[in-house]
Design a protein around this ligand. Sequence first.
Ligand SMILES: *Cc1c(COP(=O)(O)O)cnc(C)c1O
Length: 634
Amino acid sequence: MTNAWTIEDSEDLYGVKKWGAGYFSIGENGNIQVAPNHRMPEITIDMAEVIEEMKAEGIQFPAVIRFHDILRSQVEILNETFLETIETAGYEGKYVGVYPIKVNQMREVVEEILDAGEPYNYGLEAGSKPELMAVMAYNDNPNALTILNGYKDEDYLTMALLGRHLQRKMIVVVEKFSELEMLVRLAKKFKVDPMIGLRSKMMVRSTGKWSSSSGDRAKFGLSIAEIVNAIEYLKENDMLHCAKLLHFHIGSQLSDIRKIKEAVTEGARLYAKLVQMGVPLEYLDIGGGLGIDYDGSSTTTDSSRNYSTEEYVADVVYGVKQICDLEGVNHPNIVSESGRAITAHHSLVVTNVVGEVSLTGTKFDISAEEGEHVLLSNMRELVTAQEMHPQERYNDAAAYKQSAYEAFKLGILSIIDMAKIDTMYWQILSDIHNALDDETRQIQELDDLEDSLASQYLANFSIFQSAADTWAIGQLLPIIPLHRLNEKPEVRCSIADITCDSDGKIGKYIESNQISENIPMHKLRKGEEYTIGMFLTGAYQDVMGDMHNLFGRLTEVHIFSHDDEPGDFYIEEIVPGHSAEKVLETMQYNTDYMAKVVKKSIDREIRKGNLAPREGVRWTDFYERCLAGTTYLR
Ligand SMILES: *Cc1c(COP(=O)(O)O)cnc(C)c1O
């Protein structure tokens, strides 16, 4: 039976190619394969080999794996798509994109993106003061832009003016009128011309989780009246020549291409009208929002997008061109701030399943005893009543179970009786579910049995640390086994983490093009590790984690592809995760003190003769070793 399962069946089930964007696929050997370089698809890396090498290096699960080649590929694809489209369209402006570092601020990520983007003068975007401090140090390409968004104080604006002194193309995007007044005052004080951008509050309403980023009630941006006032204000202060850019951002993960078209039309029209008023704008910044097809459905659901990158770029380039041609205005240089689209694919979390919580798997002797209560014998009859209509059998089982609980509360049934009732009940349900056919599956209540019977696989990680959005906003992230994909997955289960929080579980899975509450995985084998991967965690998830249950950051493994290496890859760097000590210290604990207190208690027991001295020393060492060690399960 198991032999009949093929990797194509796994592909149909898990949809790897659909969300994998050419980077991930299932190999003939049933392992996940990674082709991280879009220019060299023949270089493929077997995830099982990566994990083997990690083991050899002594790395424990969970760990983040970063494929730097995927980051580079995404930067190249976006820039080249713009270059090619601009060429074909006869568009007269340039594309000068920036990467918004809030999406993943890891230094190694930012460095890799800048390096891959250098030939295209790809720049950076900052949205806060600390981010500005980082981009100031890292983006020193005089031809690349630095875009400054977010609310600003004097220090933030002064830092931007320092950037101008250093000949950087640093553009301050004004989100609020008062920022403009502050900027004008500081520019006069420090005697340097700022480059000014104006962020427009857009009328188009995007859909999805971030729809409040646009419209009248948006938190950021200037209304049309405020923009006109800003122009007047700059004129009065003899600084109109500093107005260089018009900015908009209607939200992240835009799922519907029509909203993008509408926004481009609105933004380009506003740009053209401002230029006609004599504002010397050179750049139109279309913000972020380029989506990721997390669920692989190519639809307008929140976790997908109904367009390709080519389509997005074409709609932007041709859209701006058409309006500017109609209005008789020069084509602006186009800026975009794609973050999610650049980083989502490059990292994943790998971990292992450390246990199973199953309602049907409990072994308990249910054999009859003389003089047992009639509820038990009734329930036992149902266990073998395969000929009964499933609905009737289910109703009876549920009724007996309810009565049994009542009887237990009244002291009529014993605890052993209840254990038998419970065991039989789940056996019956599981039996009913296994025997459902096309007709009986139509009965909703019986079809729903699938969810109540599903096991929980306990995975060694914290959702709050590694996939905050799956919990906070119901984001879907593909989560699948990394091996055995040539075997039939026979256990329906959901994935729960090791935090002490009932919310610590994944509630959405991709199953055969649909969203399910649980998913088939393989039977766990004794003595064999079952490794799973949570994919597309490179945007936001990587850097959003919290300290829930004090788990802290994961160990990271940075991988480069190389065709001279065995397995076509090498581990370039290992960044150790947070130790227990480190996360405790962020919560103001003094771990030296803690170790001392524990040692004292151990010493006291030694003095009392309750512990052998040698044993006591071992316990002291053990406590200290755990402080220095991993927060996750070993
Ligand atoms: C968050 C943000 C972005 C990045 O958006 P993505 O959807 O990740 O591309 C770009 N610009 C601004 C102003 C943002 O706030």
